[in-house]
Design a protein around this ligand. Structure first.
Ligand code: FAD
Ligand code: NAG
Ligand code: NAG
Ligand code: NAG
Ligand code: NAG
Length: 599
């Protein structure tokens, strides 16, 4: 492991002589590794001679105004020290440890932490809070350093440093990514969470043909925070955002596309973007809109997170508030102990997906063996209680005709925001699961609804050695925005139901066991989803890290153009996130540690 080539050793002597001031990419060559007969050249890590010397890090710290920190797991204050990180010194702090323990399951606290991830599987579940300070805290897959950026210049300094020294760079906003893409072993992390600018505009006059209202949203603004600010405007406005209160809006959400409860009337988050401000792999400040850098503008709208640039702010259309009704429906162990009855209820419900989306609705549901079918809520924008009940009548009639027991509650609200606050639930973080999923199109639902319901029922129940939960979003952005000139997979326009499948794990499995569960997600659960929904696609923000033919699955006919744009704006791979355009020759080797490129 970690054998530095003699070339690197020689160069490192030169580096010391130069004091590492003149960092040219070519000098900072990481180790050569061979895996499965393929030779790779890696980024620089702390066990390589090309790793920046202490003086270089302290210069970076000066450039970023003292905002550089050692990246330490959130549980570190509960341990005497962090193994292998002598610079962290004595980390134990009883009061801070108590604080960590009290907040470790708070989504907001985790998103506010410099480097925490909400789904700890991809941190290796390392250094968890403990009451035994003598236990060992290791760094796992957390990074080495983090810049707590508060200014654009801090982000630029981080990008320049990572590029010049050939380091793995991670952009971390809220740490929400289900697939661990806001953490990375041995990396330099740029934390964008402090970019909280929000500014509302009543009449947009920039490039493009939109002259309605808009908002400028900083990279760190979160979903509910943004909804709340939009609601406080006069007149009140709405923005297409996600269902989750703490997901970042302008980071991964928009760059992956972004679906949400208003997508059935206003399209996807990225459909509504008017302009990005960003910092490129070259460290340049750029504006991307219909006139300036239109290729980058197109790609940032759904072409993949952490792929083309670091986004610092986004200007987006806002829309007038809408009266909204919502309905909750449960079929669970309080209604029946017969799983077959719940399954049949689910089949009846899900088979009507096209009907819901043709009425502009959004539906959020969870299906699992332990909680049954939990639909919270059906969202009816521009509907009152009577109207949503009328739209849902085929569902109620279908359940009644089949003698399926259920409970349901309907409410109406003067605005979307009041509905959102009342009817949506917060998620619990710190769950360990291996994620996959599928977008089922209207054609798939029309032709194959029973097979799709069967596949989802299969994915949501204990299979031998596996527990599953499915999290569904019945939504058709094409109903609101029938065509869009952006990178979002064109199949989203024909979507009817997008479901995330989860293979639940403990997080304590060995590497080989994790690989086995990944294989179950991809090739057992995922294979069934693809078979049941042959006309569908997949969603890069909530998808399988090992999705077969991911280029086609995540971007379809847009992929070729995205690859060209990636090669233009980041030819050397300053940015990296698994399954994003142009990453074909890169792999994370050495048990999930080193990012390396085929030599
Ligand atoms: C509980 C939950 C609910 C969700 N609900 C929805 C939903 O309703 N609709 C939906 O579409 N998605 C939803 N998602 C998925 C969500 O869109 C993605 O997880 C998204 O990537 C989160 O972005 P983030 O910036 O908050 O997270 P992070 O984990 O911090 O970042 C995610 C990715 O974006 C990159 N990134 C972050 N900021 C920037 C930036 N400024 N510039 C460039 N790259 C950046 C990161 O490097 C990383 O690759 C949900 C996720 C969770 C966990
Ligand atoms: C960066 O500088 C600040 C302020 O001087 C200091 O508190 C911090 O520890 C430094 N970071 C590192 C990684 O040394
Ligand atoms: C991840 O955890 C496993 C099991 O505890 C351990 O063997 C492995 O070394 C860890 N990997 C890292 C990068 O810490
Ligand atoms: C089961 O349904 C009942 C009745 O609607 C509801 O109160 C309860 O919260 C549901 N349980 C779950 C786990 O959703
Ligand atoms: C991967 O490497 C091969 C061989 O050098 C090259 O032809 C190809 O264009 C590369 N692919 C990408 C996506 O960079």
């Amino acid at each position: 492991m970690g054998r530095a080539s003699s070339l690197v050793a020689l160069l490192s002597v030169a580096n010391v002589i130069l004091g590492q001031d003149v960092a040219a990419a070519a000098r900072w060559i990481g180790e050569t590794r061979k895996e499965n007969g393929v030779t790779y050249q890696c980024k620089c890590y702390s066990d390589n001679a090309c790793w920046p010397i202490a003086n270089a890090w302290s210069k970076l710290n000066t450039t970023v105004g003292g905002a550089l920190r050692l990246a330490l797991p959130p549980g570190a204050p509960c341990y005497r020290s962090v193994s292998g990180v002598p610079a962290a010194g004595s980390t134990y702090d009883a009061a801070e440890c108590a604080n960590v323990q009290a907040n470790f399951n708070s989504e907001q606290w985790l998103t506010d932490h410099p480097v925490a991830e909400l789904w700890p599987l991809y941190t290796n579940n390392t250094c968890l809070p403990t009451s035994n300070p003598d236990a060992t805290c290791t760094r796992g897959y957390y990074g080495d350093y983090v810049i707590l950026a508060t200014k654009e210049a801090h982000i630029k300094a981080g990008v320049d440093f990572a590029r010049n020294y050939n380091l793995r760079l991670i952009i971390r906003n809220t740490g929400h990514d289900f697939m661990g893409r806001s953490t990375g072993y041995g990396s330099l992390i740029i934390n964008t969470h402090s970019f909280k600018k929000t500014q509302f505009i009543t009449k947009y006059s920039g490039p493009g043909d939109w002259t309605g209202s808009a908002a400028v949203v900083g990279a760190g603004v979160q979903g509910r925070e943004l909804y709340r600010k939009a609601f406080a405007q006069s007149p009140k406005v709405v923005i297409v955002g996600g269902e989750c209160p703490t997901v970042g809006w302008a980071g991964g959400y928009v760059q992956g596309g972004g679906h949400g409860p208003l997508s059935g009337i206003y399209g996807m988050g990225a459909d509504n973007v008017l302009q990005f401000k960003a910092i490129t792999a070259d460290g340049n400040y750029v504006t991307a809109n219909a006139k300036e850098n239109p290729d980058l503008f197109w790609a940032l709208k759904g072409g993949g997170p952490s792929t083309f640039a670091v986004v610092t702010e986004v200007t987006v259309k806002t829309f007038p508030e809408v009266p909204t009704a919502a309905t909750i429906l449960n079929i669970n162990s309080t209604h029946t102990s017969d799983q077959a009855v719940i399954d049949e209820g689910f089949r009846i419900f899900h088979s009507l997906s096209n009907h819901y989306v043709d009425n502009g609705m959004f539906v959020y549901f969870e299906l699992s063996a332990f909680n049954g079918l939990h639909i919270q809520p059906f969202v009816g924008p521009r509907m009152n209680a009577a109207k949503i009940q009328e739209v849902l009548k085929p569902l109620f009639d279908g359940l009644d005709a089949a003698n399926i027991p259920y409970s349901t509650v309907t409410k109406e609200f003067p605005t979307f925001f009041e509905m959102y606050i009342d009817m949506f639930e917060d998620e619990a973080p710190n769950q360990n699961s291996i994620v996959g999923g599928r977008i089922f199109t209207k054609k798939d639902i029309a032709e194959n609804a029973d097979a799709i319901a069967d596949a989802l029922t299969f994915a949501s129940q204990p299979q031998p050695g596996v527990f599953g939960i499915s999290v569904g979003h019945i939504v058709n952005p094409g109903n609101g925005v029938p065509t869009a000139d952006n990178a979002i997979h064109p199949k989203w326009r024909e979507a009817s139901s997008f479901v995330i499948t989860n293979v639940i794990v403990t997080g304590q499995e060995t590497w080989d066991q994790k690989k086995e569960f990944e294989n179950i997600q991809t090739n057992v659960v995922g294979a069934r989803l693809r078979q049941a929904g042959p006309n569908g696609a997949a969603y890069v923000n909530e998808g399988d890290l090992y999705e077969p033919n991911w280029q086609e699955a995540y971007w379809g006919s847009n992929y070729a153009k995205l690859l060209q744009i990636r090669q233009k704006w980041d030819p050397n791979g300053v940015f990296y996130t698994q399954t994003t355009p142009g990453t074909e020759n890169w792999s994370i080797l050495d048990y999930g540690k080193k990012l390396c490129k085929k030599a």
